[in-house]
Design a protein around this ligand. Structure first.
Ligand SMILES: N[C@@H](CCC(=O)N[C@@H](CS)C(=O)NCC(=O)O)C(=O)O
Length: 220
């Protein structure tokens, strides 16, 4: 049964599933909605009012980590490490990646003034320093691409754009994370996981949110 992803073009959580589907070469449909004006059919089937949703027949799945796990399980070979402890460790760091995405959202869209922006920037930097200690390199577990890599890739795609618009040096002195991010962004599945006009949409969205991030990243 062909799965259908319900998406918002800028959502990093949906992007994780798209990366997994593309890495595995699984055919899927994708339906985009406007989160500012969600359609009635979406409100009716989304328990938390959030994307991603994955529709498989009559069943609706939500929560990106759960969706990734399901897609991995039904489309072998698995993108998780085989060792149970390592697998659990990867799952824990997938949760950490969700925290990084939330922090990136706070930095770009929610911080209203310079002080709030700086707090978010410093928090992201501290988390990235923690991450540096966890990576085997070149990818999270070494050379094999894993679900945990798919979970972090959307963060690095946005970070690269942000650093291009206004360098913050968030990866400075973090060679493993820097190399990991570069390798992830070179993968075709990662590059093809967003719409062609993604960079422009992302910038416009930050600008439209009108926070301090709009002044920092959209000034030029
Ligand atoms: N924990 C959720 C987070 C999903 C999420 O925050 N999605 C955002 C878009 S990127 C959303 O739908 N927000 C709508 C809302 O909160 O009303 C997951 O991992 O799937």
């Amino acid at each position: 049964m062909k799965p259908e992803l319900v998406s918002f073009k800028l959502c990093p959580f949906v992007q994780r599933s798209v990366i997994v589907l593309l890495e595995k070469g699984v055919p899927f449909d994708i339906t985009y909605i406007n989160l500012k004006e969600p359609p009635e059919w979406f409100k009716a089937i989304s328990p938390l009012g959030k994307v991603p949703l994955l529709k498989v027949g009559d069943t609706v799945l939500f929560e990106s980590a759960v969706i990734m796990e399901y897609l991995d399980e039904v489309n072998p070979p698995s993108l998780h490490p085989a060792d149970p402890l390592r697998k659990a460790h990867n799952r824990a760091w997938i949760e950490f990646a969700s925290g990084l995405l939330a922090g990136q959202y706070m930095l770009t869209m929610a911080a209203k003034d310079e002080a709030a922006f700086n707090t978010q920037r410093d928090e992201l930097r501290a988390r990235l320093m923690q991450l540096e200690q966890q990576i085997t390199a070149p990818l999270f577990n070494g050379s094999d691409f894993a679900l945990v890599d798919a979970a972090f890739a959307p963060f690095f795609m946005r970070l690269k754009l942000l650093e291009g618009w206004q360098p913050l040096g968030l990866l400075q002195g973090l060679p493993k994370v820097t190399q990991w991010a570069r390798q992830l962004l070179e993968r075709p599945a990662v590059q093809q996981s967003v719409v062609a006009e993604f960079a422009e949409l992302y910038r416009n969205h930050i600008q439209g949110m009108g926070g301090y991030g709009a002044r920092v990243f959209c000034a030029a």
